[in-house]
Ligand binder design. Structure first.
Ligand code: IMP
Length: 196
């Protein structure tokens, strides 16, 4: 059993849909851990480490965390590590998406990428895995599914936004899926079964 160090239910659902039948994952809520994990750093890598270390220090158990962000070329990589707090500290997904579309109003270059960093704490040692998904930012929102910037991001190789896809379709492209694939193959190499 691996604890997934997040309070974001969308992320829990996505990760569980990928790991079903492979690795048992339990969320912080399911592990009865009520904690708001800070994201004080300037990089996804450092924030991911902060989250997994925090949970490992509390529980002493193997766990992993994930930090993700959207990097837009024309905005010099913004919102990046600030993706969740782009419009303000208390921003809702809709506020952030509105701000992004506003910043890109009239901008020709719509290239962007989602980046996920997974930090795995296994036996007290940390391992990181990265997943990237390149795509473009639309000029308006399309679709109702997903979360965050899903309604304005079309991944390379598709003509639909993430928010117009089922979770299964999104998993064919997603940054999170790619990082999790690396996590899975690492755990398989480590003979995960034997570790439990
Ligand atoms: P954090 O990893 O919890 O810091 O969240 C980063 C922010 O990036 C989220 O609040 C979303 O706004 C955005 N984000 C991360 N992954 C995705 C995704 O798969 N789709 C849409 N937005 C995402």
């Amino acid at each position: 059993m691996l604890i997934f160090a997040t309070n974001n239910q969308n992320k829990v659902d996505e990760i569980k849909s990928i790991l079903t039948g492979l690795i048992d994952v339990c969320s912080l809520r399911e592990a009865n851990i009520d904690i708001d994990i800070p994201e004080p750093h300037d990089t996804l890598e450092e924030n991911a480490t902060e989250k997994s270390r925090t949970i490992f220090n509390i529980t002493g158990k193997d766990c992993f965390s994930e930090d993700a962000g959207l990097e837009v070329i024309a905005l010099n990589g913004e919102p990046g590590v600030k993706s969740a707090r782009y419009a303000s500290e208390e921003a809702l997904y809709k506020n952030n998406t509105d701000k992004l579309l506003h910043q890109l109003n009239g901008v020709q270059n719509r290239e962007a990428q989602f980046k996920t960093i997974i930090s795995l704490m296994l036996g007290g040692k940390e391992y990181q895995f990265q997943g990237l998904c390149k795509g473009i930012i639309t000029t308006q929102e399309f679709g109702e599914n997903g979360f965050g910037y899903d309604a304005v991001f079309i991944p390379e190789g598709s003509n639909k936004t993430f928010a117009e896809m089922t979770m299964e379709e999104k998993n064919k492209f997603s940054h999170r899926k790619k990082a999790v694939a690396k996590l899975i193959s690492f755990l398989k190499d480590k003979k995960w079964e034997e570790l439990n």
